[in-house]
Design a protein. Structure first.
Length: 373
């Protein structure tokens, strides 16, 4: 991260030390003169698409209403108090992706997506809290934020949204375009549009340990090796045939306790799990195959860039891309580390690439995972 103005003059290290997971931070003109890269109509077009996650939230006298997209038609602009939420805009728009990448002073393993909230006057989603860190960047118009460090996070019952039943605001801010508010997890907040407005939310992944545990056990299924079969050669007669034998429980306990997992197992699991595309993410394979020779010629001339939908991680000798993993040698690792960190490779950076790596890059290009620059 080379733009300290994004954090109000703080360095990333200072921000992470003093604010991350700890307390809110209001940053006036985090991006001076910021103008929303997506006009209203372009955002509405995204909400019409099947592969884009969107929600429409309306507040009426009788309560809250939430609908899931796609939306062939949205309420009239003159109608007050409705909000359109479009998730993962960075996957579909290069400028939104570039904005999200400004927050890469935090690991890609944690950085999630950029959501855009469009609201007419009075629109919002009610007082609530998030289970993850979030940066709220005002992109157009004004929004009034009220926030609270309250411990009472009880939710209203019978409401389609997670709305706090006893919100007690402690601070209040009106954000203008370019202003940004950081909130740590579980910090109560309520944003209301003052006239038509758009807010960009940069969110971070915070998977539940239960989710990770279930996924890890599923991942380990292919790695478990427990030879042999249960046997009880010293079995004695029983007068309680329905009772589970204690010796059987102990014997199977001892066998299951032989299951072990290593740091390598956890590394590979996390790399594959956290780089796996979301269910709504699809890549478009090349319509025309580019021969290996022509691909290599183009890469040497123009360089390569990762597609904005591609997630690439690494640790040690392991490299992960879109849910797949493999091990590489030192020379190839240096090249792939650059590709993952910079999300691009310059034309001169292929000189030491192995034939296997070049073939892998060619296959990723054919799958739509990366592109010629």
């Amino acid at each position: 991260m080379k733009k300290p103005e994004l954090l109000g003059g703080l360095t990333p290290a200072q921000f992470l030390r003093d604010y991350w997971h700890k307390k809110p931070l209001l940053i006036r003109q985090a991006i001076p003169g910021f103008q929303a890269p997506l006009p209203r109509q372009e955002l509405f077009e995204l909400a019409r698409r099947d592969e884009v996650e969107s929600r429409l939230i309306t507040q009426r006298d009788q309560g809250w209403d939430m609908q899931h997209g796609p939306f062939a038609k949205l309420p009239a602009l003159k109608q007050k108090a409705w909000t359109l939420l479009v998730q993962g805009v960075n996957l579909h728009h290069p400028a939104a992706d570039a904005l999200l990448r400004q927050f890469r002073f935090i690991s890609d393993a944690r950085l999630d997506d950029l959501m855009i909230s469009y609201a007419t006057d009075g629109g919002g989603v009610g007082p609530h809290f998030d289970s993850y860190d979030v940066f709220l960047l005002q992109a157009h118009g004004q929004r009034r934020w009220r926030i609270s460090a309250q411990d009472d996070l009880t939710l209203e019952e019978g409401v389609p949204l997670k709305i706090l039943s006893n919100f007690q605001p402690e601070q209040e801010f009106v954000l203008e375009p370019g202003d940004m508010l950081y909130l740590p997890p579980h910090y109560a907040h309520d944003g209301v549009a003052l006239g038509e407005c758009m807010t960009y939310s940069v969110g971070f992944r915070a998977p539940a340990y239960q989710e990770l545990g279930e996924a890890f056990l599923d991942f380990m299924m292919d790695s478990i090796d427990l030879p042999g079969r249960y046997a009880d050669p010293e079995l004695k007669p029983t007068e309680k045939p329905a009772e589970l034998p204690a010796a059987m429980v102990a014997r199977i306990r001892d066998e299951l306790n032989k299951i072990r997992f290593t740091d390598d197992d956890i590394t590979i699991f996390l790399g594959e799990h956290l780089s796996e595309p979301k269910p709504s993410v699809f890549f478009e394979a090349r319509g025309e195959d580019l021969s290996f020779a022509r691909f290599f010629q183009g890469a040497k001339k123009r360089g390569l860039v990762l597609h904005r939908k591609t997630q690439m991680l690494y640790r040690g000798t392991h490299v992960f891309i879109n849910g797949e993993s493999f091990q590489v040698g030192r020379a190839d690792k240096a090249i792939l580390t650059k590709l993952a960190d910079q999300r691009r490779l310059e034309k001169q950076e292929f000189d030491s690439a192995s034939e296997d790596l070049l073939e892998a890059l060619h296959q990723w290009h054919e799958s739509g995972w990366l592109e010629l620059a």
